[in-house]
Design a protein around this ligand. Structure first.
Ligand code: CP3
Length: 342
């Protein structure tokens, strides 16, 4: 056993108190993040300046002593490194120059120039010596489907219809894009491990908009390939999958993708997850970010049912999706006390 509860759970143990961290813990609900963001001017500058990205990675650890520190970056650094223009407008989310046809996909370089991503590996190297052994270091990338939805549409939409339409109309061209993202994700994750992360999470935020056949083809198959290719280079690489909104297809996901854990969103049926998913891999989740925003009794009750339903197995406490920017810090503290039984 290593001395880190989070890694122990990924390695197959159950811990008396679940390790806890939050998706988007390095972000806008923290005044110290907002101050740095304002100073830097642009979000991409934060991602590509190791001193700033390292500082933001550590901000939530100093405040809350989470059991895991997630690298501060974004899933859209890969499209950026593939030469697509990526901007983040304040309050509007990401804007990319959309890929509208097969020709645009063919024009992307097959492999990313790693020099573009080197500041991110540098961030990992800067953070690593500043974490003590109780805090695991988590790297990540976007899963191919979710990254492709932004590359095709050029922005987020409520149902990612542009990418779904593209995949129905031109499945071969879409498969080329997915394959390119698979290959580049493997190298990107491998290099994060080389630089010092101890586990990685694969964010498939938009998995839940797909019908089952498409889910198998564009979410399960690419994730399976990424995990097995990655493990050829980094044996025993610890991987958490997050196919958000997968519902009952989550059991097929864990059958098909050799992950150590899955992150579960707040809409999941916890009994189904306990019986069909947690029996096979560790589970991470799944507090409704709105319960955390509201706080008080609603928060306490939501924490308690999750601890009750998942706490007897391999379990990492987290949110069902990212923390919302308006969430009061006192609510995060209240959640942590309750989870840790203090
Ligand atoms: O979790 C962390 O704290 C680590 C850093 C991290 C960010 N984004 C920072 C960020 C991680 C792991 C992500 C993942 C990410 N990025 C996903 C997958 C997970 C999810 O939340 O669904 C997606 C789909 C993106 C793409 C993205 N980045 C969007 C749609 C947006 C705008 C909407 C939003 O939530 O802000 C971003 C911007 C972004 N990524 C911010 C941060 C801190 C806010 C930027 C700002 O300061 O304005």
């Amino acid at each position: 056993m290593v001395s880190n509860a989070f890694l122990n759970v990924l390695d197959g143990q159950r811990t008396a108190t679940p390790p806890v961290w939050m998706m988007r813990q390095a972000g806008r609900y923290l005044p110290e993040y907002r101050a740095l963001r304002e100073q830097a001017g642009s979000f991409m500058k934060l991602c590509f300046t190791p001193e700033l990205a390292a500082e933001i990675t550590l901000q939530p650890i100093r405040r809350f002593q989470f059991d895991g520190a997630i690298l501060f970056s974004d899933i859209l650094v890969i499209p950026h490194a593939l030469g697509q223009t990526v901007r983040f407008e304040a309050g509007e989310g990401p804007r990319l120059d959309p890929l509208t046809n097969e020709h645009a996909i063919d024009r992307l370089p097959r492999m990313v120039d790693q020099a573009i991503l080197s500041p991110i590996y540098q961030t990992v190297r800067q953070v690593k010596p500043q974490l003590d052994e109780r805090t695991a270091f988590i790297g990540f990338c976007g899963a191919p489907w979710t990254v492709a939805t932004y590359m095709i549409a050029g922005h987020g939409t409520s149902d990612q219809a542009p990418a779904r339409i593209f995949a129905y109309e031109q499945p071969k061209a879409f498969a080329k894009l997915i394959d390119r993202l698979i290959e580049n994700s493997v190298v990107y994750l491998e290099k994060q491990f080389e630089a010092g992360v101890e586990a990685v999470q694969l964010f498939d935020t938009w998995a839940g908009v797909l019908p089952p056949e498409e889910f198998r083809r564009w979410c399960i198959a690419p994730a399976a390939e990424i995990v097995s290719e990655l493990r050829r280079k980094v044996p025993n690489a610890r991987v958490i999958g997050f196919p958000r909104g997968a519902g009952h297809l989550l059991s097929e996901y864990v059958d098909g993708v050799p992950v150590n854990a899955v992150s579960v969103d707040w809409t999941a049926d916890r009994t189904f997850i306990r019986e069909r998913v947690q029996a096979r891999v560790a589970v991470q989740g799944n507090l409704d970010p709105l319960a955390l925003l509201v706080g008080g009794d609603a928060l306490d009750r939501a924490v308690d049912v999750i601890l009750h339903d998942f706490g007897k197995g391999r379990f990492i406490f987290n949110l069902g999706h990212g923390i919302l920017p308006a969430t009061p810090i006192a609510h995060v503290e209240r959640m942590l006390h309750r989870v840790r039984g203090q």
